[in-house]
Design a protein around this ligand. Sequence first.
Ligand code: UDP
Length: 335
Amino acid sequence: MKTVVTGAAGFIGSHLVDALLAQGEEVIGIDNLAVGRVENLSLAQQSPLFRFVEGDICDAELLKKTFEGATSVFHLGALADIVPSIERPEAYFRANVDGTFSVMEAAKHAEIQRVVYSASSSCYGLATQFPTPETAAIQPQYPYALTKRLGEEIVLHWGQVYGISSIALRFFNVYGPRARTSGTYGAVFGVFLAQKRAGKPFTVVGDGTQTRDFTYVSDIVNALIVARNSHVFGESINIGSGGSYSINELVKRLGGDIVYIPKRPGEPDCTFADVTKAKQLLDWEAKVSFEEGIDRILQTIDMYADAPVWTPDQIEKATKSWFTYLGQEAVKTTR
Ligand code: UDP
């Protein structure tokens, strides 16, 4: 069985590659290393079953060649993070929309049997129903969310029109070892772990009472494989931990000092997946508790030794566009 993983050097992609190799699959990983890091693949590189292709998912010819003879494709390659998506929307459309289009075209050409797409819970925007089911309103708040949503539509549409058996999983706040980016101000775990490692205070947004459905990466990987192995197609399915935890609970568990920074416009007060559909259709549910997940990630804290350590001043500068654009009256009143 030959399997392709796009975004293989990324946080989730690299964990997926490791899991597929561990179960004896031949894996081809593609990544252009825009966000991913080769270090994430150091375990995979030791396996004779693994081949790494450094390249762009927008490169149609490269994809066609890479997909040849494969049976399934996990499409995880994408640009992440909110602020750069506001500042450089074109790059996000190119990677997340055009890139997904070319993945589906190559899948069609290579007659791939299964495509699994990593969709984002950010499609729900400022949800009003908790836990949030898949039927909730789709209301992306920034270009990253929009482009991931458009990718989801492309994947399912190619399934509908060209008969490629595809499925989309909407991930909620994934965390775990390797959750860090090289430079951009991004997801909270990368920020907090680098701060803890450096002995600096955690930059808590607002009053820290906002909650997130933090989902541990091994549960995500398991959901991806279960979904690929299932016969379910044409569906978008929430993948979350089954709980929602406040930032205050998170910092208490991580342990350290706190400094408060302003709440950002367009940020939800809560994310919380309704996982009924995942249970019913995939017989999947998360296994790693919040406490266990944090203990595991803390064991890898040395990975953050050379990660950027964000201070309130730097964050204020890095999130300027967030306040400028998402704080506009027009955004608020159309909700
Ligand atoms: N957060 C925080 N301090 C930071 C970065 C994030 O308190 O320096 C909070 C943020 O307000 C949110 C949560 O952590 O409630 C998760 O943020 P992240 O950007 O990881 O995910 P998202 O907000 O997109 O769900």
